[in-house]
Design a protein around this ligand. Sequence first.
Ligand SMILES: Cc1cc2nc3c(=O)[nH]c(=O)nc-3n(C[C@H](O)[C@H](O)[C@H](O)COP(=O)(O)O)c2cc1C
Length: 434
Amino acid sequence: MSLRDFLEVLDNEGLLTHVRRPVSVRYEVAAIMKKLDPRPVLFHDIREAPGFKLIGNLCADRKILARALGISERDLLKRIVEAMENPRRGEIVRDPPCQEIVIDDPDLRKLPFLVFGEKDGGPYMTAGIVIARDPELGHNASYHRLMLLNERRVVARILPRHLDEFIKRGVRRIAITVGNHPAFMLAAAVTWKLGVSELDIAAALTPIRYAKAVTSDILVPADCELILEGRITDERADEGPFIDITGTYDIVRKERVIEIECITMRRNPIFQQILPAGSEHRNLMGMPREAAIYAEASRVCEVVDVRLTPGGCNWLHCAISIKKRSDDDPRRVIEAALRAHQSLKHVIVVDDDIDLSSPYDLEWAIATRAQLDKDLVLRPNELGSSLDPSADQVTRRTCKAGLDATIPLKADKSKFIKARIPGEDEIRIEDYVK
Ligand SMILES: Cc1cc2nc3c(=O)[nH]c(=O)nc-3n(C[C@H](O)[C@H](O)[C@H](O)COP(=O)(O)O)c2cc1C
């Protein structure tokens, strides 16, 4: 399925907001995306980029992501784990829609790169997924924010993960895909074993067709909207400042320059952008990590649900609900979660009567079920996230903590259970109040 097919589904169900008025790439598109977050929004008229539509907030709502995969919200994490553990090859086709138009003398300034915030180091493209191919390891797909330098060059933020590993092995050619179906977007956000391709994880989530890029043997999603083909250079330039997942500005770093040699696209292309620190950014970053935590913690205990919470930037804080069999279970789960997601800072373990999507419920569990002198695990000076402004953002040293907010097994359980009024969930207030 393509992005276009999915937008049609959303539109038919009244879930897509259309903005037909001309809008500017400078703050205006970003401000509207933020106001509408988490509702998907299609911009029809971008003042500085005639000919392009632009989709925002596509994967901002977990319900919409579940809809895109044809499953219920409850099954999302299990489905992602299944796809990670059982990747599958996608079909390979010739003459793909994403190559309907081929531009050999590209000018990136004609694309709707956006200025999101007032301190941004330049115009940015945030939904570009970089695909690289290593002769032995196969394909890798990962997100890298791209700051526009000039008509042919961008600078990419590349953290020391798989793409960086590929570069160290000598890989230079890349294809950057834009305008993808949510399944591909979710798969590209997965960090898993080196050598397991995100292209195959995507194909295990939904049927996806691939085709060879025009200037290399790299496989790209055949039905995506636009591809930038080029190479990663050894040259470095200032990247940033730019807003990161925490909603704060990330620092300026010297990062690699990418040179674009060719653009291919569909007719009437739909560009795509992700609002930094918006629900889509946080969901896409967080959900594959939730799946990894779910898988790892399930080895030590019966896990009911996992949530990287929105107040914790869907990255730094994790809540896990379990069916506890031993009072050691919460500590084992805390260790498993910290193993599964290296950037994780704080973990809360609760019983399965707590709704992880409710920040109120989580705080209530801490307030009524935890004694911090016994229930807190502190792990100072650990390797954590570069995104947390309270940590050392260069050495990434931070203090991690886990909190057991479950009911002790030997305690009188009835003291801890929320009192309920019979019928409170079923009552229809309209029947009583006019
Ligand atoms: C919306 C979004 C933006 C991201 N931006 C960047 C980025 O600018 N630089 C980076 O190195 N990783 C970024 N990431 C994280 C990587 O894409 C992600 O961790 C990916 O899974 C790494 O792939 P790998 O396991 O193949 O290394 C971003 C992730 C998402 C979902």
